[in-house]
Design a protein around this ligand. Structure first.
Ligand code: ADP
Length: 151
């Protein structure tokens, strides 16, 4: 059974994340979308909200589960028996940052990271831009899945 963990903050999930996850689905039997809990980080959405947005987005996709974890991502992967991590790449800055982490992770654990390049239509989207648009009353709905709605 080929299992991957897609770790991230997902504050909130965007169309960019959704694109990467949907395109990775044919490669794996199960993808665990895992929200890392980092007490040092300030989030706009609560953990429960972020989990719910992702669950609603993929409610018709049996291969996807949503989870939360704290500690090292490689330890979480080992705990759930996943040999692969999934990450998305938007630009050279993402690549440089992700490269160092992926090599470290593989050295420490043998767990490999699979990267997919973002689609052109979603390459400009980031959770931080979505949060900025939201804070300033703009139309964030074109950047996120339908499940992400703020009352
Ligand atoms: P983190 O805080 O771990 O960076 P994010 O939720 O911001 O968590 O991102 C999780 C993953 O999704 C990262 O690999 C990031 O590069 C990728 N990602 C974010 N936005 C996009 C996008 N628009 N297209 C493709 N991948 C993306």
């Amino acid at each position: 059974m080929k299992k991957a963990v897609f770790p991230g903050s997902f504050d909130p999930i965007t169309l960019g994340h959704q694109d990467i996850i949907s395109r990775a689905l044919p490669l794996f039997d199960e993808i665990i979308i895992a929200i890392g809990i980092n007490d040092a980080k300030k989030y706009m959405f609560t953990l429960e909200e972020r989990v719910q947005f992702i669950k609603d987005t993929f409610k018709n996709e049996a291969k996807i589960t949503v989870a939360t974890y704290s500690g090292l991502t490689i330890d979480y992967c080992k705990n759930v028996g996943a040999k692969y991590m999934l990450r998305g790449l938007r630009n050279p800055a993402d690549f440089e940052f992700e490269k160092a982490i992926a090599i470290t992770n593989r050295k420490l654990s043998g767990i490999d990271t699979l990267f997919l390049l973002t689609s052109a239509e979603t390459s400009f989207i980031s959770s931080s831009i979505v949060r900025d648009v939201l804070r300033n009353g703009g139309d964030y709905t074109i950047l996120v899945p339908h499940a992400v709605r703020v009352k």
